[in-house]
Design a protein around this ligand. Structure first.
Ligand code: ASP
Ligand code: MG
Length: 406
């Protein structure tokens, strides 16, 4: 019998009724002949509630104890789901992360999975049981409970699917798949039947927060087919896999955007070796992540240097730059925190020229000024003023006919 690992997120197990509904769904899968390992999140809102409890005791709770606390959310749902399965006459067993030896490093609150000992799970499956595992948690070498960072249950599911060599890892959530873009911005956005790992990573890191990025990376690394689907509606969801030989790939799979951007420019920087390092070194040391970087050709002996950061880091980056500019003898520092990034993503771009120029033409027709451009093999990104976000995304969605199945 083909083994499937399924993960149900917080809203899917957010009430007793919903847990019962998940139990019914599991039994349907079981009747279709599948072995099942199920990973669940805490009931929706529970992890936040526990977080707040901890912070009502201390502003900086001890990380080890925070993990002991946060991991309890998932312990509730595994037990309730197993009970619901037993009530329906099915044998099931719930396990915490440490009980099934989800071994992690000791980085409390953001631990990484090192290894899973799947023996116990295999024995249960062999005995015909449905195995229910608490997501988001593990145990370190010394037996301390660890957690994997917010949204970490996705990663638990993928890691289990890899360790157990499952046929597929299915992530059940409150959306029915991955869309060509955010349907709140473009109502014609279409659910994708499939998308590659690479594309999904670009879409996810650009702000389409359907899956934890780390889970997608993990699935790609171990080649675990990953499917995102709704726990409330029937449907096949979106399958995330590698590109298949001979498959006709769509040119563009989707449009991602990120509202939380800001850009900073140092004007009139002397054009000398070491300048990029002098500007970006202190920014990196302040733990500020830099995204796009553009340096102009020097016309005289000086040049302009522009980069983008997360909007939350804007003020901090600005004040760092003002100090550096003085040291470097640069003319001026300017910035703008009312910008957004829009990106076209698609593996089909590799084999087609002209995507970028169609993108620029479309934006020009709408009178949208492009502030910055960057490209990679499967992505073209532009920075534009925030007020043009919706207009830009809609125009591009139409220009590339993303509402129509490829
Ligand atoms: N319960 C955890 C969280 O809310 C883990 C998860 O749901 O994936 O972040
Ligand atoms: Mg989640």
């Amino acid at each position: 019998m083909a083994l499937i690992v399924q993960k149900y997120g917080g809203t899917s197990v957010g009430s007793v009724e919903r847990i019962e509904h998940v139990a019914d769904k599991l039994i349907d899968w079981r009747k279709r002949g599948h072995d099942l390992v199920v990973v669940v999140s805490a009931m929706s809102g529970e992890t936040n509630r526990l977080f707040e409890l901890a912070h009502s005791i201390s502003e900086h709770p001890v990380p080890r104890e925070l993990d002991v606390l946060l991991s309890t959310g998932e312990q509730v749902t595994i037990a309730l789901l197993s009970m619901a399965l037993h009530k329906r006459g099915y044998d099931a067993r719930s396990y915490t992360g440490s009980q099934v030896h989800i071994l992690t490093d000791n980085a409390h609150n953001k631990a990484r999975i090192r290894e899973i000992d799947s023996q116990r799970i295999h024995a249960d499956l062999k005995a015909g049981r449905i195995v229910v595992v608490a997501g988001f948690q593990g145990v370190d070498d010394e037996g301390n409970i660890t957690t994997l960072g917010r949204g970490g249950s996705d990663t638990t599911a993928v890691a289990l699917a890899a360790a157990l060599k499952a046929e597929e890892c299915q992530i059940y959530t409150d959306v029915d798949g991955v869309y060509t873009t955010d349907p709140r911005v473009v109502p014609q956005a279409r659910r994708l039947d499939r998308i590659t790992f690479e594309e999904m990573l670009e879409m996810a890191s650009l702000g389409s927060k359907v899956l934890q990025i780390r889970a997608v990376e993990f699935a790609g690394k171990y080649n675990v087919p990953l499917r995102v689907l709704s726990s409330f509606e029937e449907g096949d969801g979106t399958l995330i896999t590698y590109e298949e030989e001979g498959m006709e790939e769509a040119l563009i799979s989707g449009i991602a955007f990120n509202r939380d951007e800001a850009k900073l420019t140092v004007l009139g920087v002397p054009d000398q070796p070491g300048v990029a390092h002098k500007i970006l070194g202190p920014v990196a040391n302040a733990n500020i992540e830099v995204d796009m970087i553009v340096q102009n050709i020097a016309e005289d002996a000086s040049t302009d240097f522009t980069f983008t950061v997360h909007r939350n880091d804007y003020r901090k980056a600005l004040s760092i730059l003002e100090d550096i500019a003085k040291e470097l003898g640069a003319r001026e520092v300017i910035g703008d925190d009312q910008i957004v990034k829009i990106s076209l993503v698609g593996v089909g771009m590799r084999s087609h020229a002209g995507i970028a120029s169609t993108m620029f033409e479309t934006l020009a027709r709408e009178g949208i000024n492009i502030r910055m451009i960057s490209t990679s093999e499967i992505k073209v990104s532009v920075v534009v003023d925030e007020k043009y976000l919706e207009l830009g995304v809609r125009a591009l969605h139409e220009a590339f006919e993303l509402d129509q199945a490829g």
